[in-house]
Design a protein around this ligand. Sequence first.
Ligand SMILES: *Cc1c(COP(=O)(O)O)cnc(C)c1O
Length: 485
Amino acid sequence: MVSERPGSRTASAYRLLPSVDELLAAPALVDLAARTSRALLLELARGALERWREAIAGGALEAGELEGRLAAGELVAEIAEAAGVDARRGVRPAVNATGIVLHTGLGRAPWHPEAARAAAEVGERFCLLEVDRETGQRNRRDDRTSELVRRLTGAEAAIAVNNNAAAVLLVLNTFGRDREVVVSRGELVEIGGSFRIPDVMERAGARLREVGTTNRTRAADYRGAVGPDTGLLMKVHTSNFRVEGFTEEVGPAELGALGRELGVPTAFDLGSGLYAGPGGHLPAGLGPEPRVEDALASGVDVVLFSGDKLFGGPQAGLLLGTAETVRALRANPLYRALRLDKTTLCALERTLELFLAGRADELPARRALARDPAELAAEAAALARALDALPGLRATTEPGESQPGSGSAPGVTLPTTLVRTTADALRPERLAHLLRRADPAVFARVKDDAVWLDPRTLLPGEAEHVVAAYRAAVEAPPGAARGAR
Ligand SMILES: *Cc1c(COP(=O)(O)O)cnc(C)c1O
């Protein structure tokens, strides 16, 4: 018997595959295209056909099996599944069960519900952004922010930009462009991967003048570096690491005094923006984080920090300082490129008003940081009971630690009670994947062959979502997560 020529079997398998147009004419996909987009389905159909062709080429799929799988609608199902995955991508709500309070991947500080509602309303309507309702005249979009910050902190003026990275850029460019900026060698930090102070300085057009050593810098070092070219003396909080042992740094008060004496502007990048506010309580146990109050009292010309780290507000970079400094920052043409949009500004204003009303402790991130360990233990126990009652799932509690996150308070952990979960029929990674596919997505920690939940970062009412996501995961048919990225 003559054997078949190599390739002829695969050639006949290829011929069984539909064309993209034939495939997209399947009723289920016509329907999907109408609800999503034809461009998406075209992309997914091409991708699926490519994968099936590769399976044929690799010898993993021969004509007989292919015919059966096509008849069973598997190719169409694969595309519909991928369309479902696509529809859940992008910026969408998530439940943070990681215990990392300021989780950059999960959007750092959640907005206060009142701030979020106010922002949503100005989003869908016209709003008073750069016009004064009393005079009808043009004003500046962050006049109100500046006013609220002044009332709140006593700073002469303030300006808000996109984030603290933008604030650093604006300060360096305003005071350091074509001039020297003096910074302690121990403070030339990298924040979050790609944000290095020396690199930003270069992009801002400033020349870096490093002083001191990694572990010790004295006022005399700054003084010795100041000359006719000096534009700024800058202090940067080493947010995500701590140098221990034989160290010495120049405090903001000393730096401020030196700047005034020598007639050079001074800036202090605080990073996290730990701020109590009137009647507010600072979450205990955050270690020696610099406080906004102290930084302002120190007399540096401008203090800058993130809106969405320990401050607990929306993503923003807040610059607080003397009227003269803020005027110079605002006059920089770069400000236009770094300014906030109406929704974030609105959320920031409402957040500042909450501070002024003595309601700062209600801000979700601050509430999470300040949670009572006994209450967390009780919530963990209740959550473990509800989860343990699900078929095929085991849940127990164990003492553990939460993290402030976002490089705030490095090395600091907060005591909590964790829920340890394992599913009889699912590997922990697979269980975590199914939880992330829930709506809203549930993010947990995977460690030591289990999925761990920390009640500290759950917002009111979210424990029910977690239970529902677990129920769906343990009841999901095998292979339900196939095709997910
Ligand atoms: C986090 C941080 C920044 C960057 O702030 P973003 O708000 O993330 O842009 C800059 N400087 C310091 C010291 C920080 O800790």
